[in-house]
Structures are given as C-alpha cells and as structure tokens.
Design a protein around this ligand. Structure first.
Ligand SMILES: Nc1nc2c(c(=O)[nH]1)N[C@@H](CN(C=O)c1ccc(C(=O)N[C@@H](CCC(=O)O)C(=O)O)cc1)CN2
Length: 310
C-alpha cells in the first residue's frame, strides 16, 4: 500500500488523499464482497444527476467508475436541467421504493429553480449515503448511529492518519455549509476535539486560526488562509476546490489555503487537487456498503467500520 503521509522539502508533511482514498476504496471493496456473499447480490448505489454542469458530470462519472471498481452495482439517472420539481421528487420516491437500491445520492448543486432541500429530504434515511437528510443530521447531533456526510468524514479520516487520536485537539472549521462545515464541526466534536466553527462574520479570523491544532478550510475562497494564520506544526485540511485562471490562459485548481505559504509552517497539509476531494467518493463507497448491510440486517463489515468515523 502507498504511504498516506509523505515528506516534502518544506516543514510540512503531505497528506496524500489519493493514497488514502485507495485504501478506503479497498476497504469498501472488501465489505462489498462480504455483503454479496451474505445477500447474493452486491450493494447498489443510485446516483441522480440533473442538468449538464461539467464538474458534476465528472464527479458522477467517477462515482460510477469507482463504485463498479469496488465490486458494487452503480445505476445512473440523468434528467434534463428543465425537469420539473415533481419529476425529480418522483424519481427519488421510485428509488426509495426499489428494494434493489441500497444508496441514493442526488448530485449537488441542482440547477436553479429546483428546490434542493425538498429533493434531498425525500431520500429515505436508510438509503441516505450522502448523510444529508434531517434524520442523518439529527443522528449526528445526537451521536446516534446514522449516515455521515462524505467530505467531512474524509476530513476526519485524513486528520487521524496525520495525528492519530484527535482527543483534546483544538479544531477550527472555516465555513458553515450544510454539506461540509456544520457536519465537520460535529464530527470533530465526536472525536473529542474542542471545535470552533468560524465563518465570514468571524472577528479576527487569522488569530482564531492561529490557535488551532487542526484547520479545516471549507469556504470556497481561493487561497484565503495564509501561511501566518497557521500555528507551527498544525494539521491543515483544505476542502476548497476552486478553479482559477493559471498561466497561458489555462485554468487550474487551488484550495482555500495558500499552499505554498502554509506548507512552510504546518506540520501536515493536504494538497489540492489530490487531498480531500478523492476522499469524498471513497467515503460514499464505504457508506453504501454500510447502508446495504444495515438494510439487510447483517453486521457492517469490520473493514468498513474501521474507515468510517465513530
Ligand atoms: N450530493 C453531493 N453533491 C456534492 C458533493 C457531495 O458530497 N454530495 N460534493 C461535491 C462534489 N464531489 C462529489 O460529489 C466531489 C468533489 C471533488 C472530488 C475530487 O476528487 N476532486 C479532485 C479534483 C477533481 C477535478 O479535477 O476537478 C481533487 O480534489 O483532487 C470528488 C467529488 C459537490 N457536490
């Protein structure tokens, strides 16, 4: 297995999200084999893509490929951007009722005009492999079993690879989205961290960040977090994926953290691309195996339990 933590020429070690995702994909594949042996069929993930957003098309294609590579069944439903709200809801209801489907994911964002909240809340909680329904969010708040959102779960996994037990660590999460910031704060709290949830109205954000052992940057603002915002030796998990104009008119991806600065101060840092991004799909595969197991009332395979947050 490729190392997940590797050294760099600068102060910080790199957290290799691709290597970590490969390890989680392998754990999901192992779990999928066990589910297939128990049920006579592999776990099945249904993905709904509405419209033709180029990035969403890439993510959905990659989800399908990696689901199948892990030995699971992948079903894709594509709807045009001008589909009605009622038709999207009806498709989700049909997938809810389909006993052969274990997990349902609606790729976000939905095109303007569609009510994202209503669509997501239509997903049956036991098939909510994205962890975004009110029931999943409530279970996270309560510390009860349930599906956890994929990118925050991936962030916890990477932080544990770097630091081991996270108990007592001070964590600053920048960004309060439902997809990443809020669930990330709760997941790190569940790891016994002391969590600050910072956002665009936080006063003196650099000073708030400087006291963190772990910084989770999830605001969608390219290079917002500067090197002198980072406590020496801290672990920096960059969730931002921002496309910016690069040299010769070519676009390139950068995170929310100024990587070239932060790598000189941090102890550990995720790159963009190749950091948290690949973990999002890896955790989706692990959630799909867990959903299939729980629906069939068989134990969640240990390989999958080991990679999901506690
Ligand atoms: N229903 C959901 N929608 C969206 C989610 C989600 O978790 N559930 N997250 C993002 C998109 N996303 C998965 O859906 C996702 C984003 C990024 C990556 C990834 O591997 N990124 C690569 C770079 C890819 C590129 O070149 O563009 C990386 O960071 O290395 C995977 C999945 C929003 N929507």
């Amino acid at each position: 297995m490729t190392d997940i933590i590797t050294s760099s020429d600068a102060a910080a070690k790199l957290i290799d999200g691709k290597a970590a995702a490969a390890a989680v994909d392998a754990a999901a594949a192992d779990g999928a084999r066990q589910i297939e042996a128990a049920l006579g069929r592999p776990p099945c993930l249904a993905v709904v893509l509405v419209g033709d957003d180029p990035a969403s098309q890439v993510y959905v294609r990659n989800k399908g490929r990696r689901t199948e590579a892990a030995g699971m069944r992948s079903v894709e439903h594509r709807l045009p951007a001008d589909v009605s709200q009622a038709d999207v809801v009806a498709l989700v209801q049909a997938l809810n009722a389909d006993d052969g489907v274990d997990g349902i994911l609606v790729q976000l964002p939905l095109p303007a005009g569609l009510d994202e909240t209503e669509v997501v809340q239509t997903i049956r909680p036991d098939k909510d492999v994205d962890g975004l329904t009110a029931q999943s969010a409530g279970a996270l708040v309560l510390g009860a079993p349930g599906m956890r959102p994929c990118t925050p779960s991936g962030s916890v996994f990477l932080a544990k690879q770097a630091l081991g037990d996270l108990t007592g660590k001070s964590v600053v999460v920048i960004g309060r989205s439902i997809l990443v910031g809020k669930p990330a704060a709760l997941l790190f709290l569940a790891e016994n961290c002391t969590v600050t949830l910072a956002h665009s109205r936080t006063q003196d954000l650099p000073a708030v960040c400087r006291q963190a052992d772990i910084v989770i940057a999830a605001v969608g603002r390219p290079n917002l977090v500067k090197g002198d915002w980072i406590k020496p030796g801290a672990c920096v998990i960059d969730v931002g994926i921002n496309r910016v104009e690069g040299e010769a008119g070519k676009s390139r991806l950068v995170g929310d953290v100024d990587f070239d600065q932060a790598i000189e101060t941090a102890g550990f840092i995720t790159p963009v691309p190749g950091g948290v991004g690949p973990m999002t799909i890896a955790m989706l595969l692990a959630n799909t195996v867990a959903a299939a197991a729980r629906r069939a009332k068989v134990s969640v395979p240990d390989s999958v339990k080991d990679v999901l947050p506690g």
